[in-house]
Design a protein around this ligand. Sequence first.
Ligand code: PMP
Length: 354
Amino acid sequence: MTKFWSEAAKRCTPYVPGEQLNDPNIIKLNTNENPYPPSPLVVGAIKQEVENQMNRYPSPTLDNVREKIAYHYQVDKENVFIGNGSDEVLAFSFMAFFEEHQQILFPDISYSFYPVYANLFQIPYREMPLKQDFTLDETLFFGSQGGVILPNPNAPTSIHTALDRIQAIIENNNDNVVIIDEAYSDFASDSAVELIKQYKNLLVVKTMSKSRSLAGLRIGYAIGDKELIEGLTRIKDSFNSYTVDRLAIAGAEAAIEDNKYYQETTRKIMNTRNWLLSDLKKRGFKVLPSETNFLFVHHPMFHAESLYKALKENGILVRHFNKLRISNYLRITIGTKESMEQFLGIIDDIFSKK
Ligand code: PMP
């Protein structure tokens, strides 16, 4: 720590991301990326943008891409905000809608960025316990002092909460904003976007990193009532223009338009997920019900951390969290069917040597 740091810099507890190894021989199942490349239309649109327009600043209002996203969800452009990954959208949302001295609520097991932002912006928070089976007790989130944020489906547990229960949380927080972080909802049975016309206090945050195979491009977005979007825009404008560049905008426009490609890859991932889930169960794993592109598992006979290490020695990277209550679990991203077959082969190898 240095005497030059501001109080805010001192308060920062940096988030520790999953390992990013560039070794092509590693089967990377640790950061919930999509195993398939983005749509060929995305690659074409980016190439064209490189050749044509790189000497020009991007649009200050991002009208085009916001219109395309709005069209996809049957809302207006004024209901859409764009950010540099949904992480940035979430950070802006904490600044725009949560107050110092007013406690916000999120689940005790959820996205580990929330406490990081809350500490940075001095927003007090309380982590509400999930039930024994890791499902959510929505009543614990009723009547919050300063607002609610939760991922649905939850991460890293992969469990989805049905829309009527999310609706109950929104209705019981009339005076506060409820943020639903839908990073994984394209792999789930429903989305809260359909509720945004009904509730002025609902903000749904989404990303192109997972279902649209664009983690490298950094495009996230929020959908909500016009007043909420205006609040986010005010925060953004006091920093700079939109922080997304021309290439990301061109890629995002093509990605939201190529729905057919997106539906095919999402369907493949969900099929592989359901197949892997039953194969892991056959091997004695306990697997939580997943509506995401990952599984959250544990094995009664093998400690998760040693399994994580054994897999890593065999060229497979999964995610292990050193956190109370989930330290005996592993989070496994769904890869291609072939890589998951290799994964199961290595699991069988490891188990046979024990
Ligand atoms: N929310 C959740 C629950 C996530 O797991 C992630 C990805 N780690 C994000 C948001 C952020 O995703 P991105 O910034 O790539 O849009």
